[in-house]
Design a protein around this ligand. Sequence first.
Ligand code: DX5
Ligand code: ZN
Length: 221
Amino acid sequence: MSDFWIAPSILSANFARLGEEVDNVLAAGADVVHFDVMDNHYVPNLTFGPMVCKALRDHGVTAPIDVHLMVQPVDALIGMFAEAGASYITFHPDASTHVDRSLQMIRDAGCKAGLVLNPAVSPDCLRYVMDKLDMILLMSVNPGFGGQKFIPSTIDKVREVRQLIDASGYDIRLEVDGGISAKNIAEIAAAGADTFVAGSAIFNADDYKTVIDDMRTQLAS
Ligand code: DX5
Ligand code: ZN
């Protein structure tokens, strides 16, 4: 794994052959599997849950699975995803009544914990829980659907949160999610991100390796 992680979002994969899609994207050089959980309540769409995560583990996936919970409430799913083989579990602070407790529950369940901020949510809420975070995920689209356009104001937020992480001294990954492609990945990295979710840019391409290689070339530039 390089310092920059590419995290394909399986939201844009072909669900009819999900195991094969995940195998292919990992063979093409992806670092982690981004797993978008939607509940048709917190976001206006519905995807998959812990059983599908477990099915990927049973299929033989050993790469980290980065579970992005777009659900409300959050807590009941934490233990289930930990059991199902999640590596990271991230949730939106506005979806949990007791954010500190939910973060602690994730770590107690043996997973890495993270918070996800929607485009209009201020980073202020991170300040008092930095010691409980392994990942901060900044949404660069409004959550719910793949294939949306990157919201440019995210770049300033990435810079701000990078400073917050560096000043804290904690080892926290800074992930960005939505509208990322080889065209804008270098700019997002330059602002301070180290983990990049990409759904449609990868899964809508004919050759996953070409896209991932292209992203890595941009990151090295
Ligand atoms: C949106 C999801 C994203 C999404 C990214 O709610 O959290 O992970 O699938 O897809 P693209 O890369 O197509 O914007
Ligand atoms: Zn996501």
